[in-house]
Design a protein around this ligand. Structure first.
Ligand SMILES: [Zn+2]
Length: 226
């Protein structure tokens, strides 16, 4: 009796302690912030945004793909690689929302006469330590109001989602007279984005690429919403 009485009293306590530990592990696991490579992932698209994207044909041109590396930094990081990952991540988000993304190379033969619900060319900026993004439409757009709305939707949602400053002052003629614009069918709303600098925004563009991709997807959803 003397031997097993303490055990009988200790056993339930140990068992309760074990239950508490299991419970805490369970709760801790489910309350942990969702992460992507150690950084918190943003909330996904809302039901309204997904509904706006569903069934849309969206052409995404991955800047410099199939042509040249674009900007190349001292450590070998190239723009074409950054653009490609951002474009692919964006396409995946759009696909998950029920849209039909079409991925295009810089001089893709399918650009000629392309009809889509929207066209976006995705580039990144040089390796300097500056930070910011810019979005433009064709200076000779056949539907300037329509394309301005696309630019506004993209600009606002990209800004809100990434927190990057708008770098509009540096929009160049390279953007406003981007070669692909004149090839598209006039019915296709079109824009181009410089998603950030390979220098100052490197972390966002390489390690947290889900954020800029989500910003683009939200901007497109905004454009398709009435
Ligand atoms: Zn570029």
């Amino acid at each position: 009796m003397g031997l097993w009485t303490p055990w009988r009293w200790r056993f339930p306590r140990r068992f309760v302690l074990l239950l508490v530990v299991v419970f805490l592990i369970y709760v801790g696991y489910h309350l942990r912030p969702a992460t992507q490579g150690g950084v918190p992932t943003p909330p996904p698209l809302s039901a309204e945004e997904q509904a706006a994207l569903r069934g849309r044909e969206i052409a995404l041109l991955s800047g410099h793909w199939g042509f040249d590396p674009g900007a190349v930094c001292d450590d070998g990081l190239s723009e074409v690689r950054v653009n490609r990952r951002l474009t692919q991540t964006t396409a995946q988000i759009l696909r998950d929302a029920g849209a039909h993304p079409l991925l295009l190379k810089e001089y893709d033969p399918r650009l000629r006469g392309l009809r889509a619900d929207a066209f976006l060319s995705i580039h990144s900026d040089s390796c300097i330590s500056r930070s910011g993004f810019k979005i433009a439409r064709w200076a000779r757009s056949p539907h300037p109001q329509r394309d301005d709305r696309l630019v506004r939707c993209l600009r606002y949602n990209y800004w809100v989602t990434t927190g990057l400053p708008v770098d509009e002052a540096l929009v160049t003629d390279d953007m406003r007279f981007y070669h692909a614009f004149s090839l598209l069918d006039p019915s296709t709303p079109a824009a181009i984005i410089e998603a950030g600098y390979l220098g100052g925004d490197r972390d966002l563009l390489t390690r947290r690429v889900h954020l800029p991709a989500l910003g683009i997807a939200r901007g497109l959803a905004c454009f398709f919403q009435p």
